[in-house]
Write a protein that binds this ligand. Structure first.
Ligand code: GDP
Ligand code: MG
Length: 193
């Protein structure tokens, strides 16, 4: 990874004097109530809220992980209710190099919306974005409305990673974020950013 390349996306990377600090912007998108805020609170603070009320405005959390012996930080943004009014602004997407596109496996309409979210993401992207399709609420198997196969094949067709998660019981939450963060790191190493 050379210094020249790391200047390209000023929003996504910050360096210390040794050129060894990484800060990536990751956005979480998807319909209202699919569990975006809970995925983030589960990952960043290991918290879950049964009655999370959507608050208006953008919030983000910064999380670190280690890759190749380097500290890699992800600044993970939550729409925090903007999506209810279809009013996610371009500022929200600006500089994002990773995205989790979330639907609720127990609510088909949220899966049908994925295409629209991907379009919106593409419209606002200036660079390669590491994208993960996330089928959340996997704990609700008894009222499942979207099969694993459907999730997988949509992801394959669109060239996305795919995972099912549960913010409620923690299944795959860490994994979902870390796969995206690792892929961003790989994209930078391959200089596609
Ligand atoms: P957001 O609008 O996409 O940010 O969704 P929230 O995180 O606010 O969650 C919406 C509702 O779904 C809340 O009542 C959560 O408690 C619930 N929820 C979120 N994640 C899960 C999950 O993995 N399983 C179940 N059963 N409920 C969840
Ligand atoms: Mg929310």
């Amino acid at each position: 990874i050379n210094r020249e390349k790391t200047k390209v996306t000023e929003f996504s990377i910050m360096e210390d004097e040794e050129g060894e600090e990484y800060l990536f912007k990751v956005v979480i998108i998807g319909d209202s109530a699919v569990g975006k805020s809970n995925l983030l609170s589960r990952y960043a603070r290991n918290e879950f809220n049964i009655n999370s009320k959507a608050t208006i405005g953008v919030e983000f959390q910064t999380q670190s992980m280690e890759i190749d012996g380097k500290e890699v930080k992800a600044q993970i943004w939550d729409t925090a209710g903007q999506e209810r009014f279809r009013a996610v602004t371009s500022a929200y997407y600006r500089g994002a190099v990773g995205a989790l596109v979330v639907y609720d496996i127990s609510r088909r309409s949220t899966f049908d919306s994925v295409a629209r979210w991907l379009d919106e993401l593409k419209t606002h992207s200036e660079t390669t974005v590491a994208r993960m399709l996330v089928g959340n609420k996997s704990d609700l198997e008894n009222i499942r409305d979207v099969s694993v196969e459907e999730g997988k094949s949509l992801a394959e067709a669109e060239g996305l990673f795919f995972i099912e998660t549960s913010a409620l019981d923690s299944t795959n939450v860490k994994k979902a974020f870390e796969i995206v963060i690792r892929e961003i790191y790989n994209n930078i190493s391959r200089k596609v950013l």
